[in-house]
Design a protein around this ligand. Structure first.
Ligand SMILES: [Zn+2]
Ligand SMILES: [Zn+2]
Length: 172
């Protein structure tokens, strides 16, 4: 399961083999969350060590000192968590939990995405304060980090109230 750190309702279930590498994992993470597959570095970290001791950078074009690290060599057990940061400029964080270790099926190509969260509509917090219900298209990352919860916005409120803030489009 890999929710965004501040969007716990959004997740993907991914299956990957122990013999595969962090570069393989990175590739499926990018696919699962619509991140660019050709730009930006990323890195996996043991839980709670963000920025200190990661498993090495991964360059989407195949390089980076974390690219060849095998999943099996991370020493994870069921219930363990990892953090994944995509794009050190924007610093998009995901939390990954190892839910289960299972025997791989033959004729299946790994890694693969086996489930995703149901898309639940999010509503604009600014409009809500004014008693309106407007579907949110954006999340203000700056305000969300400050508030410790998701600050979702409609297009109008994004441009009027959060214009200079870093925001991302909501993935439904
Ligand atoms: Zn609004
Ligand atoms: Zn904002």
């Amino acid at each position: 399961m890999c929710p965004f750190k501040y969007r716990k309702g959004l997740w993907r279930r991914i299956e990957i083999e122990g013999g595969q590498t962090l570069a393989d994992f990175d590739g499926i993470m990018r696919e699962a969350f619509d991140h660019d597959t050709w730009d930006h570095l990323s890195e996996f970290y043991p839980e709670h060590t963000r920025g200190m001791s990661g498993f090495g950078e991964i360059d989407p074009l195949g390089g980076g000192n974390g690219a060849e690290v095998r999943i099996a060599d991370l020493g994870l057990s069921e219930g363990d968590k990892l953090e994944y940061v995509y794009d050190f400029g924007d610093n998009i964080q995901h939390v990954i939990s190892l839910e289960k270790i299972v025997v791989p099926e033959s004729e299946v190509e790994y890694p693969r995405i086996t489930a995703k969260s149901k898309t639940r509509k999010r509503y604009c917090v600014e409009c809500k304060e004014m008693g309106k219900k407007t579907v949110a298209m954006w999340i203000c990352i700056e305000c969300s980090e400050e508030a410790g919860e998701d600050i979702c916005l409609c297009e109008d409120c994004l441009t009027s109230e959060h214009e200079d803030h870093y925001a991302e489009e909501i993935l439904y």
